[in-house]
Write a protein that binds this ligand. Structure first.
Ligand SMILES: [Zn+2]
Length: 60
């Protein structure tokens, strides 16, 4: 069976050996979840900044 590469730790692993696909382990799955929640929180905070200020950052 083809190996998968865990996007969290970068290790190659056999899909049949993992109980936390597409990650190699529950630990990596939890890390991914934590990152997702962190990003979600970050986005929520950014939305409180007026749109005009956000756009001005991208103008040169
Ligand atoms: Zn992993």
């Amino acid at each position: 069976m083809a190996e998968l590469k865990c996007s969290i730790c970068g290790n190659s692993f056999e899909p049949a050996e993992s109980t936390a696909l597409p990650f190699c382990s529950d630990r990596c799955r939890l890390i991914d979840l934590g990152r997702w929640l962190g990003e979600h929180y970050h986005v929520t905070v950014e939305r409180e900044v007026p749109e005009d200020e956000l756009e001005s950052e991208f103008r040169d």
